[in-house]
Every structure is written in C-alpha cells, then in structure tokens.
Design a protein around this ligand. Structure first.
Ligand code: BEZ
Length: 212
C-alpha cells in the first residue's frame, strides 16, 4: 500500500525488541516517528540507530515517540542493540520492530523492489497526534539520514500546526518565519504583534511566534 501525506497512518500489532506492541497504543497522544533500515549488523544502520538513541531527550522534549523497523528477526535485533550501545556510546531504549513477515513494511511501503527485493529502504514517517501522516522521506541504503533534520521538521510541523505560518528554506528554530498567503497583510499585522516584514505581497515574515 502506498502512503501519502495526510493519510491516516495504519495501525498494526508487532513484535519488537521491547515486546509486543499495538502501534496506536504505543503512540497514545504523542507524535510518532516510524523508520525503517535495511538490515541489522550493518554499519550505516548502526550509526543511525545510535544517533536516534543519543537524541532521546530531544525527541522527548517534543513529545515524539520513536520506533524503528527492519525485516530481521527479534533475536538479531537484541544482539545488535548491544553492538549499537557499545560502538555508539548510547542506550537504545526505543522499540525495534522485527518485521520478518514484512507485514508492517508492506503496510507502510518500506520495501522498494527495484532498490532491494528483500530489504527495507531507509524510509521515515512522521505521524501527528491525530494519527495523520505529516512527512515521508526515503533514502537509499548507502546514505544515512540526518536526525537533526528530522528534529528540525518536527519543530516546523509543531509550529505550523498552531500558527498561520510556514517555515522558509533552511529554517532553524528561532529564525523568522513566513506568514501564510491566506492571511491578508492587514490581518497579519493584528495577528503577529512582533511585527510583519513585507518583502512582496506574497512574501511576508514575522518573528517565530512561540519563542520569547
Ligand atoms: C548499512 O547500513 O551500512 C548498509 C545497509 C545496507 C546496504 C548498504 C549499507
């Protein structure tokens, strides 16, 4: 099944390194990140899961629950976690799904047969508290993902969910933001007391509303 932005992320039950889970129960009212990697005991994947574990506090601060997946069996996950913790100086305490029957991979389109018939690609899905899909990215096996970029997208999603703004190219938390085109400049001046900078009628900035 192919999944698109705005779709409801399908629920599933799965065996993970932390036991059996129901995905929706695991998420509760939090944001969620479900991400696949090609295989256990591989170098790039080892660094990716290590980076994710090291950013635990950053995910928690943003109320994001993280869940990894590959088609490797549970005993392999358990053994590999020791290696990740040892080599990346971290503590992997988020669940890794053992999707040996590919049930979740097929539900989330994590296997791209022309890239690999058997392994999952590096896909990552961000899911909002309403269970809708907010972001989908897919990287090839040879390129590790940037988890600071994932946090940056979460910051943008959480900001733009609450204010009539969008974030410009290369935006970082604290930078000025763009006022969405559906708000008139007259209304924007009332709505954004920190000020409105008009570059063009369609290109207007204001300071990030949710920081002091
Ligand atoms: C890796 O994680 O290093 C990797 C996995 C599959 C193919 C290539 C690299």
């Amino acid at each position: 099944m192919s999944l698109r932005l705005g779709d409801i992320a399908p629920n599933f039950k799965a065996t993970t390194s932390l036991g059996e889970i129901d995905f929706y129960e695991f998420l509760g009212n939090s944001w969620g990140i479900l991400f696949s990697h090609p295989a256990d005991y591989t170098p790039v994947c080892t660094t990716e899961l290590g980076r994710t574990a090291a950013l635990k506090d950053e995910f928690e601060k943003r109320n994001v629950k993280v869940l990894a997946l590959s088609v490797d069996p549970i005993d392999k996950h358990i053994g590999w976690i020791h290696d990740i913790n040892e080599t990346q100086q971290c503590n992997v305490d988020f669940p890794i799904i053992a999707d040996d029957d590919r049930k979740v991979s097929e539900l989330y389109d994590f296997i791209h047969p022309n890239a690999s018939a058997t392994a999952t690609v590096r896909s990552l899905v961000i899911i909002g508290p309403d269970k809708s899909v907010k972001l989908i990215i897919t990287y090839p096996a040879s390129t590790g993902r940037n988890f600071f970029e994932v946090l940056r997208v979460v910051d943008s999603l959480q900001l733009t969910a609450n204010y009539s703004v969008a974030t410009p190219a290369n935006w970082q938390k604290g930078d000025k933001v763009i006022i969405v085109p559906s708000i008139s400049t007259e209304d924007a001046i009332k709505k954004f007391p920190k000020g409105v900078e008009v570059i063009k009628p369609y290109l207007r900035y204001t300071a990030q509303p949710n920081v002091d």
